[in-house]
Structure formats: C-alpha cells, structure tokens
Design a protein around this ligand. Structure first.
Ligand code: UD1
Ligand code: CA
Length: 482
C-alpha cells in the first residue's frame, strides 16, 4: 500500500481525564512501558508526517515537560480552556497557521490504534479524493460515542453526539472514533464556522463533516477492521484492558519471531523490549524498558527485569534485575537481586539469595549463596564462599573492593572496602579482611578457637545436651579401656 505522507498529525491531549481520578494527567498513564500519548505519537511517526503537533491543556506542565524531554520532533500547542475538539483544532491552526495537504487528527488516549489502520485511513482518503474521511467502527455498545449517520445510499451525512442524538440515532452502532483525515485548507476554513449550539455548548470537530458535506465536498468513512483499536482510555478499567490487549500483541509478535512464552497470560513485556529466537520466557515474568534477551536464554519463572541484558543461553530464575548485564551462559537465581551496574561475565553465577550492585564479576566466577557484592570488581574464576559480605559502606562513603583472578573467598568473609584480594589469593572462612591480601597469600583474620572442656556438664547440668555429652564421654572412656 503506497500511502501519501500527511502534512501534519494533530494529537488532541488537552482533556482532563476526570475519570482516571489521578494526580497524573491521563495521557501520561503508561501501558506496556509507554505513556498513552507516546503510543499515538509512535503510530503517527510511522506515517512520516511533515509535522507532529500535540494539543495540551490539563496538566500541561507535566505533559509539556514529558513531550519536550522525549518527543523533540513534536510541537506542543496549549489550549488554555477545553472548549471542545473543534476548538482544539482551531487553536492549533491559529497558532501554526493553515496547513495545506492532509491533516490527520487523532487522540492521545487511544493506545491500541495501529499505524497500519491510520495508513489505511489515509489511503482511502486519497483514493476517494475526500475533503474528510472519518475512521469509524461497528461496536457492540456505542454508548457515549458520537454516531455515524448515513443516508439510505450509505453516504456519511453527519456525526451526532450521544447527548444530541434522537433515539433512532442512538440505535446506530457505527461509532465515531474521533480520528479523521482532513484536507487541511478545507479544515481551516470549516473549523472557524463550527457553532457551540449543542447539548454541551462545545465546538464539536464532528460538525466539520456536516459543514463540508453541505458545501458539496466529499465526506467519507473508513470502518476499522477491529473496533478494539479505536477504544479510548477514560478510566483505569479501560487502562487495564488496553494493557492486556497491547501486551498480547507484543507477545504474539515475539512468539512469531521465535520466542517461547510458556504462559502468555502471566507474562508482561514492554514495547521496547527486544528478544532473540529461542529465548524462553517462563510464567510470572515481566520484562521492562530496554531489556534485551539473547538467543536461547531462559528467563523466569517469577522474574522482573528492567533495562537488563540477558546473554545467550543464560538462565535467570526468580530474580529482580535493574540495569544489569548478564553474560552468556551465566546463571542467576533463584532469589537474586541484581541492582544497577551489575555485570556478570560469561558463565558467571549469582546464586541463591545473592544481591549485587555496581559489581563486575569476571568470566566463570561464582557467587553461589547468601552473599552481598556491592561496589566490587571480581576477576575471572573467582569463588566466593557462602555468606560473604562486601562491606562497601562506612556510613558516609562507598568504597571499592577488588578481587583478583582465581581468588578464593572463604565462607562468611567480610571484605571491608577499600581492599584488594590479589590474584590467586585466599581468605580464610570467617575472616574480616580490611588489609590487602597479596597474590597467592591467604588472609586469616579471626580469633583462634579455644575449647573449654566439660563446660556443658558444669554449666548446663541436667539438660539434654549435658546428658548427650555424658554418654559420649563415658563411651570414650570405655573405648580407651580404662
Ligand atoms: C469525541 C467525539 C465523539 C467520538 C469520541 C471518540 C466530538 C465532539 N466528539 O467525544 O464523536 O465518538 O470522541 O472517543 O469530537 N480534547 C481536547 N480539547 C478539548 C476537548 C477534547 O484536546 O477541548 C481531547 C481530549 O483530551 C480527548 C479527545 O480530545 O483526548 C476527545 O475528547 P472528549 O471530550 O473525550 O470527546 P468525547 O466526548 O469522548
Ligand atoms: Ca473520550
């Protein structure tokens, strides 16, 4: 399908979104890792419009700041007072001037709309040489929407809002999506002539259709193949619905590209996440932000990854990872928290009940159990014994620990940073290491053991322990033949 590029896309996003009952403007609520308005902008960009314009009003500071930070290609136009969809478009044209060519008008709260559907709308608009082509849909329940009134020949006559509709008009199930392709010059002229003579006292953009038709221009409609696409988000029930539908679409795309999703009902994947074939996503997994899962990696169950890279063939189970890089064939979990700056090498391991932060762990190095690694660099082939703590914080500052290649950290060591354990060095189990250990040395930093004989017999007389000890000592005496 060759689609003419629109001269402009105008996204209306000035409304209050009262039904969200939120401090956050409606269009900034997220589905699948992207605010509602950004979904529409992403779809609009695929059409390569000459200009991208967003009408903002309610919550304009937040929405404006968001757009400025994330959509430098979009121009925000402020509509001071929300006096209707027609007024919103008029405000734009008064500020930026008349736009010649095709102008697409869309909403900031319809995240399910596909770029392909917009392209089909534009194609129909061009083919039929219309002054305006409205995107419509047949819906099971059109309550609340404007209805498409057609003449007996099927030509679009006008759009009537629910509040202004007769009972017969209300029975029409073809609804106005609120998305239109306009001839820019005709739009600029007609939008000035929209009245406020209606139930809501607003300037209805919908009235432009009747005005253009009365003046003898061609008015057309394109019926969306899937009515779900044009459903807007007005409350949090619809927000959840949109998220479910979009998530399903995202998962299907990944599955068709070779990713196994074991349980699509419990897996949530953001729009920007990328995956390679033969990745396997287990139940209860969420992949957020710019997470990237490489070929053959296994992620989940019950894992949440944000902006994390999972290397080819790695296994990540029951983990929460933020901004981490997990090497190829590495194993993570179960029950692991990898915080920003964690980088695991090839075949490295972050095992059960391990937390890491700002930690580089070299190839094949293992941190198998119950350990905190903060602000550290570990070489290759390191083994960190269970229950080790990298003591990185002195209450004021964070300090760094370096562990050399093939070093062996005994169980229950505390490595008090800043400190270095050299290549091939050991620390004895239970040591508190605050002084560098040279390559090949063992650092022993613990009190010597002293046994006090028969302490239990004297100090815990009458207990099970004392009785067990008495038996053992008696047996020992017999064996020694006395
Ligand atoms: C509008 C349509 C209706 C259609 C429905 C589809 C009109 C008169 N009616 O009704 O036919 O079925 O959308 O969802 O156009 N907005 C502004 N400035 C304003 C008013 C609205 O930017 O002054 C924005 C809102 O933020 C929203 C969109 O335009 O994104 C639609 O506004 P809304 O008030 O929800 O229109 P509806 O009554 O739903
Ligand atoms: Ca609406």
């Amino acid at each position: 399908m060759s689609v003419p590029r629109p001269a402009a896309v105008i996204v209306l996003a000035a409304g209050e979104g009262t039904r969200m009952k939120s401090q956050t403007p409606k269009v900034l609520h997220e589905v699948c890792g992207r605010p509602l308005v950004d979904h529409m902008l992403a779809a609009a960009r695929e059409l390569q419009p000459g200009r991208l314009i967003v009408v903002i009003g309610h919550g304009r500071e937040k929405v404006g700041a968001h757009l400025a930070a994330t959509s430098p290609d979009a121009r925000a136009v402020v509509q001071e007072e929300q006096r209707g969809t027609g007024h919103a478009v008029r405000t734009v044209l008064e500020e930026v001037g008349t736009i010649a060519g095709t102008v697409l008008v869309a909403y900031g709260d319809t995240p399910l709309l596909r770029a392909r559907t917009l392209a089909e709308l534009l194609a129909r608009h061009a083919e039929e040489g219309n002054a305006v082509t409205v995107l419509t849909a047949e819906v099971p329940d059109p309550t609340g929407y404007g209805r498409i009134v057609r003449d007996p020949g099927g030509a679009v006559v006008k759009i009537v809002e629910e509040k202004d509709a007769t009972p017969a008009e209300r029975a029409i199930r073809e609804m106005n999506s609120g998305i239109y392709a306009f001839d820019g010059l005709l739009l600029a002229d007609a939008v000035k002539r929209v009245s406020t003579d209606n139930a809501q006292g607003e300037e209805y953009l919908t009235d432009v259709l009747a005005i253009l038709r009365e003046e003898g221009h061609r008015v057309g409609a394109f019926v969306a193949p899937d009515h779900v696409e044009v459903e807007g988000v007005n409350d949090r029930v619809q927000l959840a619905f949109a998220r479910r539908v979009l998530n399903q679409r995202i998962l299907e795309e990944h599955m068709r590209a070779g990713v196994t999703v074991v349980d699509p009902a419990s897996v949530w994947v953001d729009v920007q996440v990328t995956m390679e074939p033969d990745a396997v996503i287990h139940p209860g997994t969420q992949l957020h932000g710019a997470t990237h899962v490489q070929a053959g990696a296994q992620v989940g169950p019950a894992t949440t990854l944000t902006d994390t890279v999972v290397g080819a063939g790695a296994v990540v189970r029951n983990a929460v990872c933020d901004n981490a890089v997990i090497g190829a064939e590495a194993t993570v979990g179960p029950y692991v928290y990898l915080r920003p700056g964690t980088v695991l090498g090839h075949k490295a391991k972050a095992g059960t009940f391990v937390e890491m932060k700002n930690a580089k762990v070299g190839d094949r190095s293992k941190v198998p159990h119950l350990t905190y690694v903060g602000d550290a660099t570990l070489g290759v082939d390191v083994n960190v014994g269970a229950s080790t703590v990298f003591v990185n914080y002195d209450g004021v500052n964070k300090h760094h620990t370096t562990v050399g290649d093939a070093a062996f950290i005994g169980c229950d060591s505390s490595l008090i940073a800043p400190v270095t354990v050299g290549d091939g060095a050991y620390t004895a189990a239970g040591s508190v290491i605050d002084t560098d250990v040279p390559p090949g040395a063992i650092g022993v930093a613990r009190a010597r053991q002293r046994n006090i004989d028969e302490w239990v017999l004297r100090r815990r007389a009458g207990t099970r322990s004392a009785a067990a000890a008495e038996r053992a000592l008696a047996e020992k005496e017999q064996e020694s033949g006395t």
